[in-house]
Design a protein around this ligand. Structure first.
Ligand SMILES: *Cc1c(COP(=O)(O)O)cnc(C)c1O
Length: 404
């Protein structure tokens, strides 16, 4: 008789976004006349940039011609894309990341879930609380997190770093020493980030205690303040302790196109063993490469036109973010984020729980957001709104909230 991976049985029941979807469909079923505005899930709404579309069209035509057809992509990524990434995301910022340290993938969600595979079972992970759920759940599936305490909503073998109003959403070094530290900066869900000097302290800490930092930079394109690092490799010593994950989803609207990459520096070693070689082995065995058409689309995001068009797209969403942030502030809310990330993190009014505020907003304003408690216990009493909607919807939602 076959056995299942029992670790899956430990995962707590309902996934945040399916609970939200159920509540929203129950509400629309009983109130068919109400028009819902969704500022919940972090998905983009703007179409792909013209430079990206042109590159995709051209790549499609190449695929229809025997002389220019492409089969399997090189499993670590096409040279043209890895070169463009190294040049524009790293060299231009003074980071020495070479093209062969860049592993092209189908997105940062899968990379952030898969990266734990090359680490031992006995490693202890540290995560920010609230957290992007993938980091914890992928370690649960691998059997690394111990037992779930359903009351506290925590795992016995996970180190939590609370990020709240009280510490300005800056994770502090934990009392217990972690082996793997997940950092997402600028942060989903809080929309906040930390100055480069603070990130340097984390790099120094990791090098000192022998921990690896899994650095998720999915929202890098939204950074607007000058003292914030765009890559962890801007910090001295990061190449011996950090893996960086990037995605084309949020900066270029590739959520439905699928493209990302992971940097594993050659200097990153455990004793004599190179993690770069391990990840290359893993990638080569389990992944057959991102599609040629999509990698050409990714390359186009680095052309002068592509860059200008994406800057406009990011500015569009950040205009939404500023509108939500200022509008809520004027209405008396305490709000965070929205300056270096497309998320607004607000304190629920009148000591409502996150889910109470969710229901209140859904029923009274017909606006859908995301309860902070869904991202971890320290998210209780907070609520996330995204700036990824259209400008018109964003303003309409804001007006409804202001009129409550
Ligand atoms: C959206 C997001 C990603 C990107 O995921 P893709 O799989 O590349 O679409 C990664 N990390 C965080 C924290 C995100 O919010």
């Amino acid at each position: 008789m076959f056995k299942i991976n029992q670790n899956y049985q430990k995962l707590p029941g309902s996934y945040l976004f399916s609970t939200i979807a159920q509540k929203v469909s129950a509400f629309t079923a009983s109130h068919p006349d109400k028009e819902i505005i969704r500022l919940g899930i972090g998905d983009v709404t703007q179409p792909l940039a013209p430079a990206v579309i042109a590159a995709m069209h051209q790549a499609v035509d190449e695929m229809g011609n025997a002389a220019t057809f492409h089969g399997y992509a090189p499993d670590l990524g096409y040279g043209f894309l890895r070169d463009a990434i190294a040049e524009h995301d790293y060299k231009s910022r003074g980071c020495a990341v070479s093209p062969d340290e860049i592993f092209v993938s189908d997105g940062a969600k899968s990379d952030s879930a898969n990266i734990q595979e090359i680490f031992g079972q006995e490693n202890r992970i540290a995560v920010c609380d609230p957290v992007y759920p993938v980091y914890v759940d992928s370690n649960v599936m691998a059997g690394r997190t111990g037992d779930y305490d359903s009351k506290a909503e925590t795992w016995s073998n996970v180190i939590y770093m609370p990020c709240t109003m009280e510490n300005g959403f800056v994770p502090e070094f934990p009392k217990e020493t972690p082996d793997m530290v997940y950092l997402c900066l600028p942060n989903n869900p809080t929309g906040t980030t930390i100055p480069k000097a603070k990130l340097q302290e984390w790099v120094d800490y990791a090098n000192k205690v022998g921990a690896v930092i899994i650095y998720d930079a999915a929202y890098e394109a939204y950074i607007s303040e000058p003292d914030v690092a765009h890559s962890i490799y801007e910090c001295e010593g990061a190449k011996t302790c950090a893996i960086e994950l990037k995605s084309f989803s949020k900066n270029a609207g590739f959520t439905g196109v699928r493209l990302g990459y992971t940097v594993v520096p050659k200097e990153l070693k455990c004793g004599e063993v190179s993690l770069h070689q391990m990840w290359a082995r893993r990638h080569g065995t389990k992944f057959n490469g991102a599609p040629y058409i999509v990698q050409r689309a990714g390359e186009a995001t680095y052309s002068p036109e592509g860059k200008a068009q994406l800057r406009e797209q990011v500015a569009y969403y950040m205009k939404n973010a500023a509108a939500i942030k200022n509008g809520l502030k004027d209405a008396g809310y305490t709000v965070f984020g929205g300056v270096n990330a497309p998320y607004i993190w607000l304190k629920t009014p009148g000591n409502m729980t996150s889910w109470e505020f969710f229901d209140y907003l859904l029923e009274q304003a017909n606006v859908v957001g995301t309860p902070g408690s869904g991202f971890g216990p320290s998210g209780e009493g907070y609520f996330r709104l995204t700036a990824f909607g259209t400008y018109e919807n964003t303003l309409a939602a804001l007006k409804r909230i202001q009129e409550l």
